[in-house]
Design a protein around this ligand. Structure first.
Ligand code: ADP
Length: 150
């Protein structure tokens, strides 16, 4: 199974979109295996966005990500799920994201773009372990999986 980390960013929380976002992933058939709210610390944020550390906007991202709590979700699904989640989320900039995606439906900004979603299967596994301890992750079967996967 593939795992993906979703973060509802401060703008998503402030704009009351948490339920809407969770609903979209649940409707798609993804399984929630972890869910929590957190204030992100510098060390975790710097690790999570290490690939952006030399960008001029990095300080702004840090300020933004610390401006409210985040809601973190660990999602699980079958082959192709990480890529399907990225399609539900849409490309980085809200003003370029197609209608029907989370970023396309709710945002216009290139930085305040409502959600983070892991961009590869490898990063999904790494990011879920980075944000969730083993005790915070749940293994269970869902009766609907036979209908979702056939
Ligand atoms: P994504 O979140 O779509 O995977 P990246 O990993 O490239 O995109 O960037 C991480 C986050 O950094 C973005 O979601 C966005 O919040 C912010 N970001 C990316 N590019 C810019 C930019 N040019 N200006 C401001 N913020 C940006």
């Amino acid at each position: 199974m593939e795992k993906s980390l979703i973060l509802v960013k401060p703008d998503g929380l402030q704009r009351g979109l948490v339920g809407e976002i969770i609903n979209r992933f649940e409707r798609k058939g993804l399984k929630i295996i972890g869910i929590k709210m957190l204030n992100i610390e510098d060390a975790l944020l710097e690790e999570h966005y290490a690939h952006l550390a030399d960008k001029p906007f990095f300080a702004d991202i840090k300020k933004f990500m610390k401006s409210s709590p985040l809601v973190a979700l660990a999602l699980e699904g079958g082959e192709g799920s990480v890529s399907a989640i990225r399609m539900l989320v849409g490309p980085t900039k809200g003003h370029e994201a197609p209608a029907g995606t989370i970023r396309g439906d709710f945002g216009l900004s290139g930085s305040n773009n409502i959600v983070h979603a892991s961009d590869s299967v490898e990063n999904g596994t790494t990011e879920v372990s980075r944000f969730f301890t083993k005790d915070e992750l749940f293994e269970y079967s869902k009766s609907e999986s036979v209908h979702i996967y056939g």
